[in-house]
Design a protein. Structure first.
Length: 363
């Protein structure tokens, strides 16, 4: 057991050092004037989003980007609430908004990937910008994401954060959890290892989507469209983490613990794909999974669980702290402590359920 502990601890230390040093390799790319702005298509897949889509539509029609160079494509993915009516009205009121309705699910591709594919295929823009229907964006969001794609000739990976609508402890817990994921991905990206991103905030050339054969290689996977895009396009060209505050996106917190766990299990279900596609990322995930299990085993059967926990508490705290500094965000100590205490149970639980694909998705 001691050998396993030492080996796992050594691997974790190496990965944390890898991530921390990578966080120092990013630099701000401020928006500058461009003589010839490209046509841009914002593509959104929406299913039963009547509570959120009106706010996002308002954000998008207020973008500070030439309206003749911007279109917003919202794909209504079989919604059963008022989403269809809201989109119809937006289509009538705003020239830049174009709606597509998917009446039936595809037999050849999972729903969200199919909806996004329909939107991207119909897009007239040279650059595609993706977000989710439950997000909020600033007035310069499109401009910042487009400028990073043009300047770096890459897939631009934008920052996203959980909105603290009620500032509840549960929302702040999700905020810390999501920030930890974003920080880890940003750290690896600093070394040119683009593990993942969030579909709430991505931008890339439309032609690159078709160069990687769209979502065809992962058409049967319910989740993971963002991870696939980041990994595939960054191999084709390169990636860039956009740390310009104008590019930041806010997404809604999960309203219940059940929905939160379900979301994280769904994300975790894609981990096993990295065993062959991205061994380094898979090794990182496996190391953190094993380390948390060791803490639990040590706690119940005797072992240096407290020392292992404190080391993890300090090292992960450092990653989150540096990540918050990179994106100029504040973190509260109490939610971080609760998050750290929950990790040894939360990570193995989500990991095991993810491997077994025990989650629900919008039917």
């Amino acid at each position: 057991m001691s050998i396993i502990i030492v080996a796992c601890l050594s691997c974790m230390l190496c990965f944390i050092l890898f991530i921390i040093t990578g966080l120092f390799k990013h630099s701000l790319l401020p928006i500058e004037s461009i003589k010839e702005l490209p046509k841009v298509s914002v593509v959104i897949a929406a299913r039963n989003e009547e509570m959120f889509i009106p706010n996002l539509i308002q954000d998008l029609v207020n973008q500070e980007y030439p309206l003749d160079k911007l279109e917003v494509i919202i794909v209504n993915d079989r919604s059963t609430d008022a989403t269809k009516e809201i989109l119809k009205k937006a289509d009538e009121n705003y020239a830049l908004i174009k709606t597509i309705t998917v009446e039936e699910s595809s037999n050849n591709m999972t729903p969200k990937k199919y909806a996004l594919t329909q939107g991207i295929e119909s897009a007239e823009g040279e650059i595609i910008v993706l977000t989710d229907a439950d997000c909020r964006v600033g007035k310069l969001w499109v401009a910042s994401m487009v400028y990073s794609v043009l300047s770096k000739n890459c897939i631009s990976i934008g920052f996203s954060e959980i909105g603290l609508k009620n500032r509840s402890l549960f929302e702040e817990y999700q905020y810390i959890d999501f920030l930890s994921i974003i920080a880890a991905n940003a750290g690896s990206a600093g070394w040119g290892q683009f593990w993942s991103g969030t579909g709430q905030n991505l931008a890339f050339y439309k032609e690159d989507f078709f160069k990687i054969n769209g979502f065809e290689p992962v058409r049967d996977r319910i989740s993971g469209d963002d991870m696939y895009l980041v990994q595939s396009i960054s191999k084709l060209k390169k990636g860039y983490v956009n740390i310009d505050p104008n590019s930041f996106v806010e997404t809604a917190a999960m309203p219940t613990l059940k929905e939160f766990i379900n979301q994280r299990v769904r994300w975790s279900s894609n981990s096993k794909l990295n065993a062959s596609e991205n061994p380094l990322f898979f090794s990182f995930l496996s190391t953190m999974f094993t380390y948390n299990i060791i803490i639990i085993i040590s706690f119940f059967f005797g072992g240096p669980w407290l020392l292992l926990f404190l080391l993890k508490f300090i090292l992960e705290g450092l990653v989150i702290f540096l990540g918050s500094k990179l994106f100029n965000r504040k973190i509260n100590f109490l939610p971080f402590c609760l998050w750290s205490i929950a990790q040894p149970i939360y990570i193995p639980l989500v990991g095991i359920l993810g491997l077994k694909e025990k989650f629900n998705w919008k039917p």
